[in-house]
Design a protein around this ligand. Structure first.
Ligand code: NDP
Length: 444
């Protein structure tokens, strides 16, 4: 049996009931086969893949908190510090009822390669809780965040592990988490990113993942003599990534006609009214029914369905495994030529393969959503320097980083005779740097 197959089997046996983690490992290792084959014995001798697929540290903790009626709740807290070969651990915190150890491990594993692709010195980690901020009062969210940080602060630091936001963790949650960290440690340091601008946040961090996705897809389109201009785009999600992907796609001349949340979706043939969407989602934290109520031409549908709408470009920006094989077939039948992942692993493995075999230009999340963590790393730099850069400075750096990521992935794919296969290219380019660093640092 090949080394890659042995390690995939080992991961499945040693991590039972963690299908998303198995899926992420399989996707990465399958595409690394040509690279591993070149040095199989060397990698076997140092158990490189076993070490790379095993987190350096997994922290699991209890998060008790009291709601507005005096009732005590207990949630699970997680921080998985996966790999620190190229820098301090870096990766978001997710607060969502679907969070479990397997989900955090899949996200932490992906984060290693994504962070490597940014070319910045950051290792891979992820954390979170099965707490659901939806429907909670501000006070309840604060109580939860304070309890979560009361355990987490023991394991993080500006030079060791710097968490950020993810699903369910935005500016409000980062503020409460930061306040508690400062209170417990007495340190005013860049221990979290995604902070508010008036206490160490970076301009462009809010927009970075969505903008970065569109910058990378635009670079890929330019490389193929095309662009976003006059294209019809479908987007899923209506959170941080989706909103700023819509904004940048519109700025580049595209018409975005859909968005969704976990209960329903919008089809707006005149193009999404972004100001209204921001008001519904960022200000009022309401459901998309409120968007439809204020926008006469828009249709609201319960359930899922954005992939049934004809488009040139699809940008999945909601969550993992939201674009299945049947969706991929529907997209292609309706003329879709490009799929750019904004979320982490939104496309199932069989759907990804089908899209690639059908000639669709496909960018994997670990490349196309890396703008968020890259800008987080720029926030860390500004915090260390005790300075802040202008919007234009950060945006220019973000654009350059996304262009470089695209070309590094495309070049790695070409080198291994897989032109256009950015899934393989991203994994190979991300892997090589981490593998070299791990080898140089010995068996640790
Ligand atoms: P948010 O919490 O801001 O938004 C998530 C959006 O997706 C919400 O509109 C949510 O709807 C919707 N959603 C969640 N689950 C489902 C579902 N099962 N079906 C349909 N819609 C769903 O999260 P982000 O925008 O920050 O993150 C989105 C994705 O991007 C995640 O995969 C995340 O890991 C990834 N990502 C985020 C980065 C960032 O900087 N924020 C960086 C890199 C990756 P509802 O409100 O109803 O739950």
């Amino acid at each position: 049996m090949s080394y890659v197959d042995e390690v995939i089997e080992r991961v499945i046996t040693q991590n039972p009931a963690q299908p998303e983690f198995h899926q992420a490992v399989r996707e990465v290792l399958d595409t690394l086969r040509p690279v591993i084959d070149e040095k199989e014995q060397r990698y076997r001798d140092v158990a490189l893949l076993e070490r790379m697929t095993t987190p350096e540290r997994q922290i699991l903790f209890r998060v008790p908190w009291v709601d507005d009626n005096g009732k005590v709740h207990v949630n699970n807290g997680f921080r998985v510090q996966f790999n620190s070969a190229i820098g301090p651990y870096k990766g978001g915190l997710r607060f969502h009822p679907s969070v479990n150890l397997g989900i955090i491990k899949f996200l932490g594993f992906e984060q290693i390669f994504k962070n490597s692709l940014t070319s910045l010195p950051i290792g891979g980690a992820k954390g979170g809780s099965d707490f659901d901020p939806k429907g909670k009062s501000d006070r309840e969210v604060m109580m939860f965040c304070q309890s979560f940080m009361t355990e987490l602060y023991k394991h993080i630091g500006a030079d060791s592990d710097v968490p950020a936001g993810d699903i369910g963790v935005g500016g409000r949650e980062i503020g409460y988490l930061y306040g508690q960290y400062k209170r417990l440690t007495g340190l005013y340091e860049g221990v979290l990113t995604g902070k508010s601008l008036n206490f160490g946040g970076s301009l462009v961090r809010t927009e970075a993942t969505g903008y970065g996705l569109v910058y990378l897809v635009e670079e890929m389109l330019n490389d193929n003599n095309d662009s976003f201009k006059d294209k019809t785009v479908v987007v899923s999600g209506s959170g941080n990534v989706a909103i700023y992907a819509i904004e940048k796609a519109q700025q580049l001349g595209a018409k975005v006609v859909t968005c969704c949340d976990s209960t329903g979706w919008i089809y707006d043939p005149d193009g999404i009214d972004l100001e209204l969407l921001k008001d519904v989602k960022e200000v009022r934290r309401a459901r998309l029914t409120e968007y439809a109520a204020k926008r006469p031409g828009a249709q609201y549908h319960e359930g899922v369905g954005v992939w049934t709408v004809p488009c040139d470009i699809a940008l999945p920006c909601a969550t993992q495994n939201e674009l299945h094989l049947a969706d991929a077939k529907m997209l292609i039948a309706n003329g879709c030529k490009v799929v750019g992942e904004g979320a982490n692993m939104p496309t199932t493995l069989d759907a990804t393969t089908y899209l690639q075999k059908s000639g669709v230009m496909f960018t994997p999340g670990k490349a196309s959503n890396a703008g968020g963590v890259a800008t987080s790393a720029l926030e860390m730099s500004q915090n260390s320097e005790r300075t802040s850069w202008t919007f234009e400075q950060v945006d220019a750096k973000l654009q350059q980083i996304m262009k470089n990521i695209y070309h590094n992935c495309a070049d790695a794919a070409n080198e291994y005779n897989m032109p256009g296969n950015l899934v393989a290219g991203a994994n190979i380019a991300g892997f090589r740097k981490v593998a070299d660093a791990m080898n140089a640092q010995g068996i640790v």
